[in-house]
Design a protein around this ligand. Structure first.
Ligand code: TIU
Length: 221
């Protein structure tokens, strides 16, 4: 067992029953010309967490923890994209349209791929998801139960959209979730900070929060 000094109180976990869930570290969210930028966002705050995410995956692999990369992407026919999602934002170049990184948010296109530093490795799980939450319309819950995983360590983007949605879905399914605060980011720094507070408020109503250094300290103890 390892114990992380976390908020709102210590987070104990067994690496054998823990997965790192790296949410949507795709070019479509982190690079100019991708979906995030087409939504009108400055992508710079997201690129800054890449080195910390690399360290988190290295730690996970060294500790024998499962690594799961989620990918928000749709099939080329957009059969898994609700019309409401495609229409939202009235974008001139939106989901499924040809953009600077290929068809926006479509599986197999350059933009849907992971950033070069965070490419999946042999033994990792890659989970394509059509929604913001990684449990919606995917086999994630069955997969985690099959692997005996009870604890989830979260990094990725964006903190208040896909990371928080997935943490809330995980919470309602009985998983114990820790958010690595410096391995996640938002286009809106205030939303990132508010999400961390929302997660840990009310005695950890959604889960726990800690820094990567706190996790590394726990793992070396
Ligand atoms: N992965 C994820 O968070 N998808 C989003 O659309 N995020 C935004 O913040 N827009």
């Amino acid at each position: 067992m390892k114990t992380v000094k976390a908020r709102p109180y210590d987070y104990p976990f067994d690496p054998a029953h823990t997965a790192v869930v790296m949410i949507d570290m795709q070019r479509d969210f982190l690079e100019p010309g991708g979906f995030g930028a087409l939504l009108g966002n400055d992508v710079a705050p997201l690129a800054r967490i890449v080195p910390a995410c690399v360290r988190l995956l290295a730690l996970a692999r060294a500790q024998g923890m499962k690594v799961i990369h989620t990918q928000e992407a749709h099939d080329p026919l957009l059969a898994d994209c609700p019309p409401a999602k495609k229409a939202r934002g009235h974008l001139a170049c939106g989901i499924g349209d040809p953009g600077p990184l290929g068809r926006v948010l479509v599986a197999g296109e350059p933009g849907a791929g992971f950033v070069p530093e965070l490419q999946p490795r042999l033994g990792d799980i890659v989970l394509r998801k059509p929604g913001k939450g990684a449990f919606h319309a995917t086999g994630l819950d069955a997969m985690l139960r099959g692997l005996g995983i009870t604890h989830l360590l979260f990094g990725g983007v964006t903190t208040e959209v896909c990371v928080q949605t997935t943490m809330r879905e995980a919470n309602d399914r009985g998983y114990e979730s820790l958010l690595l605060t410096d391995c996640s980011a938002s286009y809106f720094p205030a939303f990132h900070a508010a999400t961390v507070e929302m997660v840990v408020a009310q005695g950890g109503i959604v889960g726990w929060a800690a820094t990567l250094a706190d996790l590394e300290t726990a793992c070396s103890a």
